[in-house]
Ligand binder design. Structure first.
Ligand code: LMR
Length: 395
């Protein structure tokens, strides 16, 4: 039965964690996966989450099934967080929001629905994009192509190229856009550029799919999420995936959301009925615990304030780590990597080649993706010198 089953390559991101775990180098550093680690190199349990979990444990409940679309209190809290309590789209009841298994689960459910709605559509990703975007949309049955995004020479965005490529897209093309903290490059569009992109999406009748996995890691929850309001104001129909993996350090809880902004309440009702079939035939209904944590934190003003403080702490520390790395590289004679301090979010797109990344890994135990992406959020005072030495050695 399995004779024809081929051995697949390791996942380009999570496969690095497997290799890192198997590495016996005592100085190894995992900058592969996008995970924030604290100064001790440990995954933090946020205080707001800890308190929420204590409350949940005290009010321990039987483990009933959740509705197919998730926990109502969670869905309401997420919608308010993402769209704003006074969003006209929410008031018009034209937004569908379902609980999802992390951001990836939201993307997959959205992709399945889109495939049903328009089987021959093409998906356009930024070049480059999160490694799993291509695999996920391919797996959902789509042809996947790219629009220009990163300008390696200029260390920034090839905005004219991006607009030109979007202008050439056929009506109905699905365009995946990173709402903030672009993964992997760390370069985001500014407000005026978003407006121009929105104009092209509208003119060309394209289908935007905003992926927002890092809200709060750029400039704060509100500013990072502002693009969602821009899309609503522009009157676009669009898909939006979000995740609390990073922002609440809830990686293993697999808790995220998919929202679909439709034209009116009737369209929302019909769309929700189809999304529920996508969920039911994949995993029936989502899990309780992560949703309960998020709903508890977001509903309690004190816990919410604690969260924003903790999120701000992670954000600011990442900025310091960026500067710390740049300074250490400069001390080793590398003066052309100052852009690391300008990039936004958890990652640095280092510009190192695949050969250099392999050497970093194999000779120095420093793990980043083959594309040159490094997770700055996993640096600390104890490993910054190791990483800077290793980069200096491979350059
Ligand atoms: C990443 O880009 O490293 C994260 O989003 C984790 C993942 O699932 O790939």
């Amino acid at each position: 039965l399995f004779d024809a089953v081929e051995l697949a390559p390791a996942d380009p991101i999570l496969g690095l964690t497997e290799a890192y775990n198997a590495d016996t180098n005592p100085n190894k550093v995992n900058l592969g996966v996008g995970v924030y680690l604290d100064e001790q190199g440990k995954l933090p349990l946020l205080e707001c989450v800890h308190i929420a979990e204590q409350r949940l444990a005290e009010a321990s409940k039987p483990k009933a099934y959740l509705p197919i679309d998730g926990m109502p209190a969670y869905r309401d809290a997420v919608r308010e967080l993402v769209f704003g309590a006074d969003s006209s789209a929410l008031a018009d009841k034209r937004v569908v929001t379902v609980e999802s298994l992390g951001g990836t689960g939201a993307l997959k459910v959205g992709a399945d629905l889109l495939k049903q709605m328009n089987p021959s559509a093409t998906v356009l990703l930024s070049d480059p994009s999160w490694e799993n975007h291509r695999a996920l949309f391919n797996r959902a049955g789509f042809r996947v192509d790219t629009y220009r995004y990163y300008d390696a020479e200029a260390k920034g965005i090839d905005f004219e190229g991006m607009l030109a490529d979007l202008r050439l897209a056929d009506a109905g093309t699905i365009v995946v856009l990173h709402a903030c903290c672009h993964n992997p490059t760390g370069y985001d569009l500014v407000a005026e550029q978003w407006d121009q992109v929105i104009e092209v999406l509208r003119e060309r009748n394209l289908v935007p799919f905003l992926d927002m996995a890092y809200q709060g890691f750029g400039f704060g929850l509100e500013r990072d999420g502002a693009v969602v309001g821009r899309f609503v104001e522009a009157g676009l129909e669009f898909f939006l995936s979000t995740s609390f993996s990073k922002s609440l350090s809830l990686y293993g809880e697999r808790i995220g959301s998919l929202s679909i902004v439709t034209a009116d309440e009737d369209a929302a009702k019909r769309t929700l009925s189809q999304v529920k079939i996508c969920i039911r035939t994949n995993y029936s209904n989502p899990a309780t615990h992560g949703a309960a944590i998020v709903a508890t934190v977001l509903a309690d003003p004190e816990l919410r304030a604690t969260w924003e403080r903790e999120l701000g702490g992670m954000r600011e520390r990442i900025k310091q780590l960026r500067t710390g790395l740049v300074q250490r590289l400069e001390a080793r004679g590398i003066t052309d990597m100052g852009f690391i301090a300008e990039q936004i979010g958890m990652f640095s797109y280092s510009g190192l080649t695949k050969a250099q990344m392999v050497e970093l890994r194999e000779k120095h135990g420093v793990y980043g993706t083959d594309t040159g992406r490094m997770c700055v959020a996993a640096l600390n005072d104890g490993n910054l010198d190791t990483v800077a030495d290793a980069i200096a050695a491979v350059r």
